[in-house]
Write a protein that binds this ligand. Structure first.
Ligand code: ZN
Length: 304
């Protein structure tokens, strides 16, 4: 993934967006200016505004400020009578912070970072539009689920100042495991991290392809800022692949202190039986792993 190239592409898109917004606004004002009354007050307003900005802090300055305010009132009254939104006189930018320039002062604006991480994450995830904690319908959640949600939200908020870097979200089918994983993914993208989201089935297939030399995308899983594995235990166990690569991923990420969040309906005992002692010990090490249990009743956690 070429980060620099993606940033350039995003900036290019921003420039196009900005020019369009400004052109649209200019054209709108041009139409309004066909009305002589509007044209006069609007021209006056712009001139006085300019004079005011150039003026120093003295009596003249106060007088100009009053003139500007009066003209502004006239413009607003004109717009109100014509039923036109005030905001139509300024370009509509997607990002109010940087006005779609991508720069906040001399720093890159958060909107660019968010877009960049979304793109990078989409390269290593099969999906990109994740649900968020905000989509949660707390009215249908019981105490166990509410507690689980709070723990995850707090963990996301505190990251990277957290002691547990592995989280196992455990619950049956329909308990909302995937929803929780997606919400964590969403928080991380919004906070500027590169997210890798895979079902265990996909990860297993990727490992198989890598094993036979047909894909090199496996490194995304090792290097992403956060890896989320959905539905551990639903994949077929492939000889020399499943257990070996799963161990490799979890171990490598633990060594580099990179978080891995797993959802599963397997209990710790099931994990020991299905995989092996090495994977079990990596996933249940109490110093760095956290188990979050969801209520196993089938339900919809997502607002319709
Ligand atoms: Zn911005």
């Amino acid at each position: 993934m070429d980060k620099k190239k993606i940033i350039e592409e995003i900036k290019q898109n921003y420039l196009i967006k900005r020019i369009r917004a400004e052109e649209e606004c200019d054209n709108f004002i041009k139409k309004l200016r066909k009305d002589k009354y509007f044209n006069d007050i609007y021209t006056d307003y712009n001139l006085k505004q300019l004079e005011y900005l150039k003026s120093k802090y003295d009596q003249e300055n106060i007088k100009l400020k009053n003139d500007v305010d009066d003209l502004k009132k006239k413009i607003n009254l004109y717009l109100k009578n014509k039923n036109i939104e005030k905001s139509k006189l300024t370009p509509h930018y997607d990002c109010p912070i940087c006005k779609d320039t991508g720069l906040n002062g001399n720093k890159i604006c958060s909107c660019i970072k968010k877009e960049l991480n979304k793109r990078l994450s989409s390269i290593c995830s099969s999906q990109i539009n994740f649900h968020s904690f905000k989509d949660c319908d707390s009215s249908i959640m019981n105490e166990t689920d509410k507690k689980a949600t709070e723990i995850l939200k707090t963990w996301c908020k505190n990251y990277p100042s957290v002691s547990k870097i592995n989280i196992n979200i455990i619950g049956g089918a329909g308990s909302g495991k995937t929803f929780m994983l997606e919400s964590v993914a969403n928080e991380f993208i919004n906070n500027g991290y590169v997210v890798c989201f895979k079902t265990m089935f996909e990860l297993n297939e990727l490992a198989r392809l890598y094993h036979i030399g047909k894909s090199y995308k496996f490194s995304d899983c090792l290097n992403a800022d956060i890896l989320l594995i959905d539905d551990l235990g639903t994949e077929p166990i492939l000889n020399n692949v499943t257990k070996e690569y799963l161990y490799n991923i979890i171990n490598t990420r633990q060594i580099h202190k990179l978080p891995t969040i797993i959802s599963s309906n397997l209990s710790p005992d099931d994990i020991l039986n299905r995989y092996d002692e090495r994977i079990f010990s990596r996933l249940t090490n109490k110093n760095i792993c956290l188990n979050i249990m969801l209520d196993s009743n089938d339900k919809r956690l997502i607002k319709k």
